[in-house]
Structures are given as C-alpha cells and as structure tokens.
Write a protein that binds this ligand. Structure first.
Ligand SMILES: C[C@H](O)[C@H](O)[C@H]1CNC2=NC(N)=NC(=O)C2=N1
Length: 96
C-alpha cells in the first residue's frame, strides 16, 4: 500500500476549522475526549479501534478513567495526511 501524501500546514489549518475539538500539537492532530464513565470511554475506544483497523490507520492514544487523549500522525508520510483527518472525523462521530 502506498503512503498517503503529507498535507501542508495551510491544508491542515483549513481542515481543523471543520474538526471540532481538534488542534495541532507537536505536529500531530490532538484531542481529548471526556465521557461520563470508564465504560463509555472504553466503548468509544473499542468502536474506533475497529474503524482504525479497517482503515489500516491507527491512533496514538491514552486512556485514564473517563478520558481518552488521541494524537494522530502518519509515520509513513512524516506528517499529517488525509487519513488522520478522516480518523479524527470518525472519532468525533463516534463520541457524539
Ligand atoms: C504498513 C502499514 O500500512 C503502516 O505501518 C501503517 C499502519 N498504521 C498506521 N497508522 C498511523 N497512524 N500512521 C501510519 O503511518 C501507519 N502506518
């Protein structure tokens, strides 16, 4: 599978306007989600894990109790790609 193309800073900033809650931190797309309970946080992670596996694109993430912190980048491309934007979008949809 060929690596997707790295997006320019302008392209990333434009896309961030449509990605509620996400920001650029240390060169990665970053967001913290908070849920009413650990079970809901873990349920979100389970659902997003299936999406990630189907996409062949996986998050860097960290869970403490009801919080899930996610960082997205594409190592293959050395930056942020369309795949990161798509995974961020899917995460937002699942967290609603
Ligand atoms: C070979 C395989 O496609 C790569 O290792 C994929 C898997 N999942 C991945 N996930 C993320 N977030 N970045 C990658 O560069 C990446 N690469």
């Amino acid at each position: 599978m060929s690596a997707p193309t790295r997006l320019s800073a302008d392209e990333v900033n434009a896309a961030l306007r449509d990605l509620n809650g996400w920001s650029l931190e240390n060169g990665k797309l970053h967001r913290q989600f908070q849920f009413p309970s650990f079970i809901e946080a873990f349920g979100f992670m389970s659902s997003l894990a299936l999406v990630a596996e189907a996409m062949g694109h996986h998050p860097e993430w960290f869970n403490v109790y009801n919080r899930v912190t996610i960082d997205l980048t594409t190592h293959d491309a050395g930056g942020i790609t369309q795949k990161d934007l798509e995974l961020a979008q899917r995460a937002n949809q699942l967290a609603r």
